[in-house]
Ligand binder design. Structure first.
Ligand code: GCV
Length: 732
């Protein structure tokens, strides 16, 4: 964003100057030359566009020499569209890493070639013992082996499908960037989850709900005629981390996207994404079959159909969806299916007709099933009629429906029971629907974690969730095992991340937010990877594998989430942010719908603070399995990170640190902001090693981050002090 803006300003300034001065043609020519020179310089500068796919030249001379020695040609033994992408990527990656063009060769492999292909395209002697390994990697996995003992020696990237070879090629390029030896490669990799999805909350008018990186990537007014290069680059970036599905539009869905002219645009995007292994899905508005008339009573427009109902049990409605689905598949043969937000935050749903979520989901599932499509039915519901405590509502509505969904339905559940707060316990729903495949919904965009201004590395948070033991089937019933299907034996498995991408030049609004997109994809592929390992991959591929950069940047990233929790909502506090924008603090918010206010959640008064969800309060603890239920229920055993989530505690409550609750809150708020100040110091220390534009971009973000973290700290402590009546205690 930043560089494009600078060169645009220079250009406009020059154009204006030319007009005013009416300079002779030669003068104009000279000015243009300067503009062009600046323009081309800025094109060369690192503007963040290339994400983690920079392929920085290998600097270590011995390593470079050893790589060049075993990589003398590229042989891609396949002719599919994906294979063309594979070949291009390997040429581009190896060319840049090894600073020499690696020629494309052909079969049989010559000495030191890099051979890539599927069993259908490769001769049996090339595959040899690899065939056995391929039996274990499924449709998308891959095998990478160095065949050093063969005559001639070569390296093989093999997979059962072309898309597997693309994943394998990206993996291979990462190995090179990490400086690993190529001598004894024997890598077998299979994704642990089947559906690895981005959910875009993009609207048809180009805005993005909770998006902080510019406008939507999808240029609906230009499609299908114009295919923006960014669509390819988006798909390439996703393929490099194994993402294989994208929901293009907001869950607050505009039914118009299902109109024929829009479906042609969707089909054009699907055509671009297909060779990268990415299937397109759409958010569907449940009222779509209704006629477009404005419904005065409900204060909203209807759908795009001609019916007077969208009752899922009405045969006309069922037929309407079947027709619509047929129409979609005629245009997009590998269409993935629908994501649905129903009876939530004003979105229509089956309950309007006295039907259940299962009735609604199954109607769509039935229409999609013949084509292999799926439904992702969201469990983000919080009807006040269901329970006084908002965090209990989804569980109460969905658990009775377990076992009533068709096999091609996921129930898609947010990680916590509330709404993507800086920290929540895991949603108890994950431990209570064994018969239903549950798709985990994470939020990559930082709605409640400082938008694209705060540097927060989310892999640390996601790992805490994935490792959370729900005890649904005894010890070891982690969220990861619920989601990967191993706990309850589901073969349909998936994860969704609400995307943080937009039209900004560097895609995500903050360079470090790229790390969250990257980490989401890597964890979706393999949730056993550690936050540290993923950070180190991303740092190295983004800034280079210089030891000082690696250690300094990872130390910044790895504590950033905990720091954010500390200066926003420490010790289990939640939902005390500004109304609507969800950026800064607003702990005093008391007006409006009760369960959208801050005071409903923190309940601070002279006596103490916190929401009593123990057995003496809302009893939300009862939604967890023993021994979690008892652990959370007892204030003396409840983990302090969830203390004020589950308990109302006096200001004088003694914490494990020996401090009182009030002192601990002060300590946490100050420690959080101090961390951000240290991140600034760390970053400044790297100035000589980081490209100037990237350095400045992050530096400016950190400055604002620190400023705004202090606002969080001071606003919250000053507000809570009104109740505690105790002095504010800065860190010594
Ligand atoms: C897309 C929160 C957000 C909304 C979002 C909603 C959801 O309430 O603030 O912007 O709507 O979650 O996940 O459906």
């Amino acid at each position: 964003m930043f560089l494009t803006r600078v060169s645009a300003v220079v250009e406009i300034a020059c154009r204006n100057d030319l007009k005013r001065m009416r300079v002779p043609i030669l003068g104009a020519f000279l000015v243009c030359l300067i503009v062009l020179t600046i323009g081309s310089c800025s094109a060369k500068a690192d503007d963040g566009y290339n994400l983690w796919l920079r392929y920085r030249p290998v600097e270590n001379a011995d390593l470079l020499q050893s790589y060049r020695a075993v990589l003398s040609s590229i042989v891609v033994a396949d002719t599919s569209d994906t294979a063309i992408i594979v070949e291009k990527e390997l040429q581009r990656g190896l060319g840049s890493l090894l600073q020499t063009q690696i020629p494309v060769g052909s079969l049989p492999p010559s000495a030191n070639s890099l051979v890539v292909g599927t069993p259908q395209a490769l001769p049996a002697p090339v595959l040899d013992d690899v065939l056995q390994m391929l039996r274990t990697v499924g449709r998308e996995g891959f095998v990478i082996v160095s065949k050093r003992g063969e005559q001639p020696p070569f390296i093989l990237i093999a997979a059962n499908t072309p898309i597997g070879t693309l994943y394998g090629s990206f993996h291979f390029l990462r190995i090179l960037q990490e400086g690993q030896t190529l001598n004894n490669l024997k890598i077998v990799s299979t994704p642990r989850l089947q559906y690895r999805m981005l959910n875009h909350w993009d609207n048809l008018d180009g805005s993005v709900e909770r998006g902080y990186a510019g406008r939507s990537l999808w240029k609906w007014d230009e499609l299908p005629a114009t295919i923006d290069q960014r669509y390819h680059d988006y798909a390439r970036a996703n393929a490099s981390i194994g993402i294989n599905g994208t929901v293009l539009n907001n869950v607050n869905a505009n039914p118009e996207l299902l109109l024929p002219n829009y479906l042609k645009k969707v089909a054009a995007l699907a055509d671009v994404f297909r060779p990268y292994g990415i299937r397109v899905f759409l958010s569907a508005n449940f009222s779509s079959p209704l006629s477009a008339q404005f419904d005065v009573e409900k204060n909203r427009c209807g759908g795009i159909g001609e019916l007077d109902t969208s009752d899922p049990l009405d045969p006309r409605v069922r037929e309407w969806w079947k027709r619509k689905v047929r129409e979609i598949y005629a245009l997009i043969p590998d269409f993935g299916g629908f994501l649905v937000k129903a009876n939530s935050e004003g979105m229509p749903g089956p309950q309007e007709y006295g039907r259940s979520h299962a009735d609604g989901a199954n109607m769509l599932a039935e229409a999609l099933a013949p084509y292999g499509g799926i439904v992702m039915w969201r469990a983000f519901v919080y009807d006040p009629e269901v329970d006084l405590d908002r965090t209990k509502r989804a569980y109460k509505e969905f658990v009775p429906l377990d076992g009533r969904f068709l096999p091609n339905v996921f129930v898609q559940v947010k990680n916590g029971p509330l709404d993507f707060q800086p920290r929540e316990p895991v949603s108890p729903l994950f431990g209570a629907m064994p018969k239903t495949p549950l798709m985990l919904e994470l939020q990559i965009t930082q709605e409640y974690l400082g938008h694209s201004t705060h540097l927060v590395y989310l892999a640390s948070m996601w790992k805490e969730y994935l490792d959370f033991d729900l005890h649904a089937k005894g010890v070891g019933s982690t969220l990861a095992r619920v989601v990967d299907g191993s706990l309850h034996g589901h073969s349909m498995t998936g994860i969704a991340g609400v995307a943080n991408t937009g039209s900004d030049r560097e895609w995500t609004g903050h360079l470090f937010a790229q790390a969250n997109w990257y980490a989401f994809g890597r964890l979706a592929w393999d949730h056993t990877l550690s936050a540290e390992q993923i950070a180190s991959e991303w740092i190295g591929m983004t800034f280079g594998f210089h030891p000082t950069i690696l250690s300094t940047v990872s130390s910044m990233m790895l504590g950033a989430w905990e720091a954010c929790v500390n200066y926003m909502t420490p010790l289990g506090l939640h939902h005390i942010m500004q109304e609507h924008v969800h950026y800064g603090p607003e702990p005093s918010l008391a007006k409006g719908r009760e369960d959208w206010t801050s005071v409903y959640y923190h309940r601070a008064d002279k006596e103490g603070i916190g929401y009593n969800r123990s057995s003496s309060g809302s009893n939300a603890v009862s939604q967890y399995h023993p021994p979690l239920r008892e652990l959370f229920d007892d204030v003396s055993t409840c983990p302090e990170k969830y203390l004020l989530w589950f308990h109302r505690v006096p200001w004088t409550h003694r914490m494990s640190s020996g401090r009182t609750l009030w002192e601990e809150m002060n300590y946490r708020y100050y420690a959080g902001t101090q961390y951000v100040s240290r991140m600034q110091d760390h970053w400044r220390s790297l100035q000589p090693l980081i490209a100037a534009e990237l350095f400045e971009h992050v530096n400016a973000k950190l400055k604002q981050h620190y400023h705004d973290a202090i606002i969080w700290r001071d606003t919250c402590l000053t507000y809570f002090q009104k109740f505690s009546g105790l002095p504010i205690i800065p860190l010594p």
